[in-house]
Design a protein around this ligand. Structure first.
Ligand SMILES: NC(=O)c1ccc[n+]([C@@H]2O[C@H](COP(=O)([O-])OP(=O)(O)OC[C@H]3O[C@@H](n4cnc5c(N)ncnc54)[C@H](O)[C@@H]3O)[C@@H](O)[C@H]2O)c1
Length: 410
């Protein structure tokens, strides 16, 4: 077998997960080819730059590209290891409003690598996936390669747990689960991840690894749903939810999470549906939590409408669009959904401020500077707890209606 350093790794999908992983492996001395269908991203990366916002990723990519160990391409080529880091979104499809997984990106990426797989290769699925997807990857390769048998190549699932905004540190420090299609596949994947992962690496089978990732995010979703439900109860009963949670959490065995305008991102808001789709009768709590969290943006909009009724021509300042603090990621963002819907419903004149997005790169609706929004808004709606919003002088809001979905100023 080749030494790790002489191995060639093909990383398919150069987004928030694939690009940091590819760059990390390259800076550890492995030869990495990153493949993406987005030719603009490929061009940007080959110049040593990045097309997404993530702290310290620019330094890592620059160093990986300049070392000669990382090259980006729109075409797949032969290698020793293939890492699939393509999206696994959801789509509508459930009869009761439930979502179902969209595996088309994984299927296409697997078909694309199939002609290049050689005997002894390792294929790693990093994308968060429904139970059974790693086996599906193996089956797609076999269906496209009559010259190979299942014993000729290795397949493992290595789910990613990184937190956007801290991806580079967590990529190195987090513990990882690796599930092999067989034990040897898991062990081979572990050898690779050991080149940059300082956390513990736990081996299991691929189905357990797939479900573990989904369960981690469902656990978070269910607990956030509890906090979001409390925020509705408190509003009805005239109780400050932030104070309530702080006090309840003084109990030695209680740790309630914080409510917000909903749940966003392409992990927590998505992954629980992969469990519900596979076992609908058995996952009632998980499905209900999803509904509670998805219902919160509508509740926030109703609150704004209620307050806006007092003004003749209300100006609504929306602070933040990203799905969480200090990032630019708008995927499944409740802040974005709320802002978009308020514009559509013409609740008033909506002025949105997102300090992590350059208005020149965003054309859905105009973005405004923080000072402009604060000066002009009748209603200030805090949707994201970005650092920029934390230190605003509360004197500036004295005359305004504040709806603070993040508890930033309460
Ligand atoms: N971003 C996170 O914080 C995070 C955390 C844990 C798990 N994940 C999971 O990791 C996976 C990837 O997520 P991401 O955030 O990196 O997505 P992303 O959208 O940022 O990146 C995916 C990339 O794949 C590319 N792509 C799509 N189809 C392709 C194909 N056939 N060939 C080559 N490239 C292709 C896209 O152009 C894009 O650049 C998802 O399953 C996600 O759920 C993400």
């Amino acid at each position: 077998m080749k030494t790790q350093k002489s191995m060639k790794i093909i990383v398919v999908g150069l987004g928030y997960i694939g690009l940091p992983t590819a760059s990390m492996l390259a800076t550890k001395g492995l030869h990495v080819v990153g493949v993406d269908v987005n030719s603009t991203a490929v061009g940007t990366i080959n110049q040593g730059n990045i097309h997404i916002v993530e702290p310290d990723l620019d330094i890592l990519v620059k160093s990986a590209v300049h070392s000669g160990n990382l090259r980006a391409s729109t075409e797949v080529e032969e290698g020793d290891v293939f890492i699939l880091a393509v999206p696994t979104p959801f789509q509508d499809g459930g009869q009761g409003g439930e979502k179902i997984p969209d595996l088309s990106f994984v299927e296409t990426a697997t078909k694309n690598i199939a002609p290049f797989v050689r005997s002894g290769n390792l294929i790693i699925l990093e994308s968060t996936s429904p139970v059974g997807t790693t086996e599906k990857v193996r089956d797609i390769i076999l269906a496209n390669r009559s010259d190979l048998t299942a014993a000729d190549f290795f397949v493992a699932h290595c789910p990613e747990r990184v937190l956007p905004g801290h991806i580079i540190r967590e990529l190195v420090d987090n513990d990882r689960i690796i599930g092999g299609i067989d034990r040897r596949s898991a062990e081979k994947a572990k050898e690779l991840y050991k080149t940059f992962c300082n956390g513990s690496i736990y081996l299991t089978d691929s189905r357990t690894a797939e479900l573990a990732k989904l369960v981690e995010n469902s656990y978070r979703d269910v607990n956030i749903a509890f906090a979001n439900e409390l925020s509705l109860i408190c509003d009805k009963l005239g109780v400050n939810v932030w104070e309530l949670i702080e006090l309840a959490n003084k109990h030695p065995r209680v740790n309630i999470l914080q409510p917000g305008p909903g749940v966003g991102g392409h992990c927590i808001a998505v992954d629980p549906w992969f469990i519900v789709a596979a076992a609908p009768e058995e996952s009632k709590l998980i499905a209900t939590a999803r509904m509670v969290n998805d219902g919160k943006p509508l509740w926030v909009i109703d609150k704004v409408k209620e307050k806006a009724a007092r003004f003749k021509e209300p100006v609504i300042g929306c602070l933040g669009l990203a799905f969480k603090a200090n990032i630019d990621d708008l995927r499944e963002s409740p802040a974005m959904a709320i802002t978009r819907k308020m514009i559509k419903m013409q609740v008033g004149r909506v002025m949105a401020c997102e300090p992590n997005i350059n208005g020149n790169n965003f054309d859905e609706f105009p973005l405004y500077g923080l000072q402009d929004v604060i000066r002009q808004a009748d209603i200030v709606l805090v949707l994201v707890d970005h650092d920029e919003f934390k230190d605003i002088d509360s004197e500036l809001f004295k005359e305004k209606v504040v709806i603070d979905t993040r508890g930033l100023w309460t």
